[in-house]
Design a protein around this ligand. Structure first.
Ligand code: GDP
Length: 300
């Protein structure tokens, strides 16, 4: 199922109402704007985002006037497209690398969002760009049959990247310290640390992340967000940013049946961009987040 299928057809209803019109007016955009609003809300985009979006689009639509050779419905598509791109951050946001080795990337996020998977995917992604990587297994708590540490070791082997694991008996901040030391010894370009998530945001998780962050002094702190989070993504990103300070987000499970709300809600809250997206369970399924391509997919 196409992730934005419903949003795409919801927006189509808006353009269709302008067929036969000659110019965009205050009056004839009322119904289309209602359709756009409804489509975004149904896609699970947060209400404040929807409100601002609709306002920005209607302001521009009314101010556009007659453009020779361009139909009003096409004009509206163009305005919506540009606003969608803006909403998702405009340009693609590249990962930032430290001036001196190693660049440290800290991954945070709730349990089950795909953090461990993303750690290994990101290592492979960077390895393909010619960077040597090392992973640090800091998710020591997960109460599952297969602990995250073991899973990361297996994934690391799979992508051919060394994993620093120190068991589950020592604190993540200490694992971070040892791991970073090991990375310096190995002279790797990039260190990626996987951390423990909880089912919900809690103080213990944040305190632990703060400690790990202090030890690592990372260049990137990326919040891993499940696309299924929908509009809640805005609040999630804001909370993590207030608590630990993040540099961006990675949106996972874009191949699932989410409605698209998360992709459109992340940036609005605190202005931190989605940098990468995961769209599958294979290690190769990680790519940069391109706002313009994503807008293109939304508009069908
Ligand atoms: P963590 O608890 O955040 O470390 O989550 P995991 O990395 O263990 O992932 C939880 C589940 O989500 C696993 O079954 C992964 O295979 C799956 N998963 C992770 N990323 C993706 C993705 O982009 N698409 C799909 N379909 N599944 C994913």
């Amino acid at each position: 199922a196409e992730m934005f299928g419903q949003l795409t057809s919801g927006l189509e209803a808006a353009w269709n109402k302008l067929k036969g019109e000659e110019v965009l007016t205050k009056e004839n955009i009322v119904e289309p704007m209602r359709d756009i609003r409804r489509a975004l809300l149904e896609a699970d985009v947060s209400l404040p985002v929807v409100r601002r979006f609709v306002q920005a689009v209607s302001d521009q639509a009314v101010g556009t006037g007659l453009i020779r050779g361009v139909r009003p419905d096409q004009q509206l598509v163009k305005i919506v497209n540009d606003e969608l791109v803006k909403l998702m951050g405009g340009e693609v946001s590249e990962l930032v690398f430290a001036k001196s080795k190693p660049t440290v990337i800290l991954l945070a996020g709730l349990q089950g969002v795909g953090k461990t998977t993303v750690s290994a995917k990101l290592a492979l992604y960077l390895k393909k760009q010619g960077k040597s990587c090392m992973l640090i297994a800091g998710d020591i708590y997960r109460p599952a049959a297969k602990p995250a540490i073991d899973q990361l070791v297996i994934l690391g082997e799979h992508v051919g990247v060394p994993v620093y694991a120190a068991g589950t008996a020592i604190k993540p901040a200490e694992i971070a310290r040892q791991g970073l030391q090991e990375a310096r010894k190995k002279n790797v370009d990039v260190v990626i640390m996987d951390t423990a998530g909880r089912l919900q945001i809690d103080k213990a998780m944040m305190d632990e992340l703060k400690e790990v962050k202090r030890v690592l002094n990372p260049t990137e702190v990326l919040l891993v967000v499940d696309a299924m989070t929908g509009q809640e993504a805005a609040a999630l990103v804001t909370t993590f940013n207030v608590e630990i300070g993040i540099t961006g987000a990675i949106l996972t499970k874009l191949d699932g049946d989410s409605r698209g709300g998360a992709a459109l809600s992340v940036k609005e809250g605190i202005g931190k961009p989605i940098k990468l997206v995961g769209r599958g369970e294979r290690m190769e399924d990680l790519e940069p987040f391109y706002p313009d391509r994503m807008a293109g997919r939304i508009l069908g």
